[in-house]
Design a protein around this ligand. Structure first.
Ligand code: UTP
Length: 249
């Protein structure tokens, strides 16, 4: 298994501090958030991790200098999450067909469990080609997320995925399971991303490529992992992540 951590985003929701400190490098305990995420990838069995960075985020490179399992690639223009993941494709030129690519969002820290290991377990038991991480959200918030349309009822949190519906209205939402920052994807995702046009917000969306994979017959399961995703991309989310880390909520 190989891992990609996109960390090249602009971080506008966390300005002005992100003008000098990447949000991915904000501390949780004595370690940057990103190191907790790298550690999660290792725990799940990733033998190599590519971190996608951008100009001005060299602090990340400096911090991880010397780690033999980490490489870096630049995303020159911030064209979206799908585009960021695609930048890792050339470094994974040696990947075998059927190999799995673990994608962990650089600003999503999971507390209370190893989400990526749960995705790997879901893949193994289901025999599917890829597994996507979900969390349940209050119904009134579904319009902020990519929402699962299920083909089977969840069993132990794992279900067959039929489609993803991007930011549905409450009345149109097929479930309350929201995409949650962890994806264990078939390596063919790079081919799908290469042909992916701009979608929501004019950005190349990973969700759009995954939808095309599902339509093309790439068997996909959803996995509602047991930990809690903390979005450290804004000050309130970061505060909640610290509270969760120190066991105060
Ligand atoms: P976000 O959706 O939070 O985007 O990215 P962002 O641009 O970083 O933040 P805002 O909206 O300006 O506040 C989720 C993860 O994907 C990375 C980010 O660094 C973050 O870790 N990302 C996003 C990229 O690497 N490249 C992109 O073009 C977009």
């Amino acid at each position: 298994m190989k891992a990609v951590i996109p960390a090249a985003g602009l971080g506008t929701r966390f300005l002005p501090v992100t003008r000098v400190v990447p949000k991915e490098m904000l501390p949780i305990g004595a370690r940057p958030a990103l190191e907790h995420i790298v550690e999660e990838a290792r725990q799940a069995g990733a033998e190599e991790t590519v971190i996608v960075i951008s100009e001005g985020k060299e602090l990340i490179r400096k911090y991880f200098e010397g780690a033999s399992d980490i490489r870096f690639v630049y995303q020159k223009e911030q064209k979206g999450l799908g585009h960021a993941v695609l930048q890792a494709a050339e470094l994974f030129g040696n990947a075998e067909p059927g190999e799995k690519i673990l994608v962990l969002l650089g600003d999503a820290v999971v507390t209370g469990g190893c989400a990526s290991a749960e995705l790997a377990a879901a893949l193994k038991t289901s025999g599917a080609a890829q597994a996507i991480g979900f969390e349940r959200v209050p119904m009134e918030k579904v319009s902020r997320y990519g929402i699962a349309k299920m083909r089977s009822a969840p069993e132990g949190g794992v279900f067959m995925l039929d489609d993803l519906v991007e930011k549905p209205r409450v009345e149109d939402a097929p479930s309350d399971f929201a995409v949650a920052g962890r994806y264990l994807l078939d390596v063919s995702v790079f081919g799908f991303l290469a042909g992916q046009g701009a979608g929501y917000g004019g950005e190349i969306q990973l969700t759009d490529a995954i939808r095309r994979m599902i339509s093309a017959g790439v068997e996909s399961v959803g996995c509602a992992y047991s930990g809690r995703r903390q979005d450290i991309g804004n000050p309130e989310g970061y505060f909640k992540a610290l509270e969760a880390y120190y066991g105060r909520c």
